[in-house]
Design a protein around this ligand. Structure first.
Ligand code: IDP
Ligand code: MG
Length: 154
């Protein structure tokens, strides 16, 4: 399914991104790139949901503080679709540690500390599908055709 135009990724603006007023800036990066927004909601997630989302990291020393931080304030949950969106989305986010992120990336431009890196992006098509199913109901994924599609894809 990689490299198909209907590939999807789960992007989430974390509590620090929301509190710092960066929702519009982060959204804009994905919108202007040409990716298609499929779903979006604003919510304050429970620690239970976040523990599932970050299940692979449950043995890490930073796991308890990560879950508490993520539940401390609202987040913006999004599904974006397009050719190579999982890998390109990760490139657009930058490295996990903002200090190692290049200028021009979201984390490279807007943040400093690894524990306050303002956004999440799925790391593979497989985890994207799992994360989308965890955060959204099937009926929340909107079916639509942007009119600009023919100017974005050959
Ligand atoms: P990713 O968000 O770039 O995919 P992951 O390794 O999946 O990075 O880690 C998930 C999140 O956990 C990171 O975005 C960051 O917020 C937090 N995190 C990762 N490593 C550390 C660390 O060493 N200290 C504090 N927080 C960390
Ligand atoms: Mg990750």
């Amino acid at each position: 399914m990689a490299s198909k135009k209907d590939e999807r990724t789960y992007i989430m603006i974390k509590p620090d991104g929301v509190q710092r007023g960066l929702i519009g800036d982060i959204l804009k990066r994905f919108e202007q790139k040409g990716f298609k927004l499929v779903a979006m909601k604003f919510m304050q997630p429970t620690e239970e949901l976040l523990a599932k989302h970050y299940g692979d990291l449950s043995s890490k020393p930073f796991f308890p503080t990560l879950v508490k931080f993520m539940a401390s304030s609202p987040v913006v949950c999004m599904v974006w679709e397009g050719l190579g969106v999982v890998a390109t989305g990760r490139t657009m986010l930058g490295e996990t540690d903002p200090g190692k992120s290049n200028p021009g990336t979201i984390r490279g431009d807007f943040c400093i500390h690894i524990g306050r890196n303002i956004c999440h992006g799925s790391d593979s098509v497989d985890s994207a599908n799992k994360e989308i199913a965890l955060w959204f109901k099937e009926e929340e994924l909107v079916k639509w055709t942007p009119t600009e599609q023919q100017w974005i894809y050959e």
